[in-house]
Design a protein around this ligand. Sequence first.
Ligand SMILES: Nc1nc2c(ncn2[C@@H]2O[C@H](COP(=O)(O)OP(=O)(O)O)[C@@H](O)[C@H]2O)c(=O)[nH]1
Ligand SMILES: [Mg+2]
Length: 377
Amino acid sequence: MNRKVTRLTPAGRGAVAVLRLQTADSHVLQSHFAAANGMRLAEAPLGRILYGHWGPEDLVVVRTGAEEWEIHCHGGQAAVERICDDMNADVQDAFVGDDAPSSLTACLLQQLASCRTRRTAEILLTQTTVLPEFLRTLGQIDQQQTLKEMIEAFLARRGIAQALTRPFRVAIVGQPNAGKSSLMNALVGYDRAIVYEQPGTTRDLVEADIVIDGWSFQLVDTAGIRRTSDTVESSGVEAAKASLSSSDACLLVVDTVAGWQPANDDIRQAVPAMQPALTVWNKSDLMEATSATEVETSEQAGVRISALTGEGVEQIRDWLAAGLPPGIPPGNVPLPVVESVNECLADFLVSKDISALRLRLAALDCGSTTDRSRQQR
Ligand SMILES: Nc1nc2c(ncn2[C@@H]2O[C@H](COP(=O)(O)OP(=O)(O)O)[C@@H](O)[C@H]2O)c(=O)[nH]1
Ligand SMILES: [Mg+2]
């Protein structure tokens, strides 16, 4: 007799399909699946998410029970059929019809595509088990105050959730010729921005992504901020100001040879109040050793670097890594990474309506997918 596999995500919807297999014999899976970390399925602890390969296909296998497994694979029909054929299994759908809710797990896995680093992808992957479990727990709580506190604590982690799929934006600002584009190139490791001796060369924003300590940062090189009558350049200056307003941090590059100019005070004023800003004294290679002391003791303390030789650039990486990424809570803490979940919980904080919350949580799949498929057993 053929095995039964339950498809938990609606067929033909979503980039990811979630299949549930119940078997006491992990060999059925093991003969086709190779975990990237080499772990044997028979040894996989409950809830362990194993990324690996099924022939040419990348997928994830999760042990969801002593005799129960979930396979998260490409959502197309061909991938699902191939996996089921390999296991000599028939697929049955947990959902039929158009009103089937989309799978929370599938939604989380789709978001994986937006994770730019392995570190952030691993954190998001853990949420495929932690978040549904948290929502199930919420669905069982009767006390309004407890629910309120748990939901508030959950939603307060929005900053962390955002950082998983979106890079931190870092504006590189300063007067023309200070070495902003050179610094961008030094941080990126290749020539992304145009470096030119004549001031005012970078007229549009140039962006480049770098990874520091497992987190993704988007550097934005701007035109020098200065008063100008050149209309093309002044639009670049506007863009630089706009870029500051949408940045998470900024690097204010100063030409050490020219020293701190009054115009730098204008730039400082354009930096939003709460935004972390680092003054970068560039062109240290042109300075005599004695004048370094002057820089370090000046009012505008910062780091001393040479974008040309690379000296001191590491301090900027350290500053970014120390200041922007959020403190990551332990892996079992649920994070507000799915907008529909956040909306549903935020609505409860306003309405305080427990039965409405339960209905919506049920419609949000996770719990309901599991419940409905369990009812079918
Ligand atoms: N000696 C020296 N020259 C630099 C350094 N950084 C930039 N420059 C030069 O300064 C000029 C302006 O640099 P650029 O990066 O285009 O400045 P931007 O206008 O602020 O983007 C170019 O000729 C660069 O080669 C540095 O650290 N040392
Ligand atoms: Mg430039």
